[in-house]
Ligand binder design. Sequence first.
Ligand SMILES: [Zn+2]
Length: 401
Amino acid sequence: MLVPPFFLKHMFDIILKRKEGTNVLKGIKLRLYPNRTQQNQLEQMFGNDRFVWNQMLAMMNERYQNNKDLPFLGKFKLNYLLKPLKKEYPFLKTSDSSSLQVVNEFLTQSWKNFFQDKSGQIGKPRFHSRKYLKKSYTGYVKTSKTGVLQNTKVKRYTVVLEPTGKYYLSLQAEIPEPEKYSLTDKQVGIDVGVADLAILSNELKYPSFDSSYFEKKAKIWQKKYSRRRHLVKLLVLQDRNKRVLCPRSLESFTNWQKAQKSIAKYQAKAANQCRDYLHKLTTHLVKQYDVIAIEDLKTKNLQKNHHLTKSIANASWRIFRQMLEYKCEWYGKKLIAVDPKNTSRICSKCGYNSGAKPLEIREWTCSKCQTKHDRDINAAVNILHKGSTKLNGQGLAMVTS
Ligand SMILES: [Zn+2]
């Protein structure tokens, strides 16, 4: 038997649909890339959930053994027990308290299933082992990922660590009912870049969002901020050295704080407009194509001296990919992520691998079949080929355009 919260994850695999007025509840699954510190934090959360589950289960088991006629405890009764448990085991306080309540909810549900099952197929809830390779945590999770969603109210977050070592975020979200997009019978491969965000195998190019105006503004305020803060620091130091009666603090000066807010304002504006742009672009793409092949990349190698460009581009690609992921799912289209290996080295016409090409080379000619290639379009075509091979491997027919 599958016990919650693992059960919950399964529900996400199929798209959840429950009407609530004009809104529907949907399950969305996104890939997460936690850093080492975050991984450790999550490990603690997984452990806390497991601990509470096992403690509560042990108690319930004992109750059941002592008197089989005792009604089992509901989730509210279990939630009362969380307080003394947290006192005894302070490490539980690191968890968001709603997440521990969710554990109780799942536990209650699986006892209910056990009692209500007349067929005898559903066993008693089992203890969760540390060795179990799949881990999950349901509760409040702060992540930039949820920002890719528009007009959504997230009801529940679940972070899952799958046995493959990959982390996912499953969301239960309330969204306005999406309109259905009709099938177009078209497939496309997409390469991502810096100047052009998306380069399509059919030679269309979509530029990256130009946030230079906001960046310039943010930079101006950054300079003002540094200058003002530096001056204020000097004044505060002066007060201290002179041992004045009421020395002024950094916080008593507002002008540097104003500058700080302005920086944040322009950064937020850039991010919002970029997100809007990505929404429009991804919706357009999902409408146009039934199958979209993209590279499965965490980061793409760019010129090493362009750190800022690189981080901005990486952020855009991540959001772009995530939007495509869930929009394809919502609108009944297919997104295929392919291995990025050699996509920029192979000639899409004859398949000859002429090796790595420096990034400044935007066009090249295949030394074998003499085809002249635009670097990015060639890569996009290769991505489409890989995607179609992958699709066909799944036993689905696909016509390459
Ligand atoms: Zn060739």
